[in-house]
Ligand binder design. Structure first.
Ligand SMILES: [Cu+2]
Length: 176
């Protein structure tokens, strides 16, 4: 009987050992520059950016700020102005999160530019009478916004995928 118990305990321990090893190797893969880890890091940054953008958009300060400046009516009355304000809110959220994650200013500015380019161009074209007023809030412009952000990241694939390159200015300096 005693040996039976010890066999069960032994099995449990080996199962636990195996689970621990699996977690350990998963961690090792994530800390490596294996293709899967690079893609995971890339997707993770894109996801973080999207969340930060949406959070930036819903921060209650903007509405308060606009009404304090007496601009609420003007902004809500103009599709171009509201689209630009919305883009600015999203850029704020995204840039703030990239600052916290200690990305360089160059990468933060590139991502902000990639993200807002389509809206800025559409707003300018719409104000110039080249596009209808609804264009600035249309689906294609929004798709271009997400695509522009993706393009800014793809251009800097190494920065967003290499372990130790992703964040932490110190690591980056050490690697350089
Ligand atoms: Cu980013």
């Amino acid at each position: 009987m005693i040996t039976d118990v010890s066999v069960i305990v032994g099995r449990e321990a080996s199962l636990r050992g195996r689970a621990g090893a699996a977690v350990g190797s998963a961690r090792a893969i994530l800390r490596s520059n294996a293709p899967a880890a690079q893609v995971a890091r890339f997707v993770s940054h894109y996801g973080q950016m999207s969340i930060a953008m949406v959070l930036g958009m819903y921060l209650p300060v903007w509405g308060i700020l606009l009404s304090a400046l007496g601009l609420s009516h003007r902004v809500s009355g103009s599709p171009e102005a509201s689209a630009l304000v919305m883009t600015a809110e999203m850029v704020f959220g995204m840039a703030a999160w990239m600052c916290i994650r200690r990305h360089t200013w160059r990468h933060t500015v590139e991502m902000s530019a990639g993200m807002s380019a389509s809206t800025v161009v559409a707003a300018a074209a719409s104000l110039a009478g080249l596009l209808p007023h609804t264009a600035v809030n249309s689906g294609p412009v929004q798709i271009l916004m997400w695509g522009g952000m993706l393009a800014a990241m793809l251009v800097r694939w190494r920065h967003y995928t290499q372990y130790g390159h992703h964040s932490h200015g110190a690591n980056q300096k050490a690697a350089a």
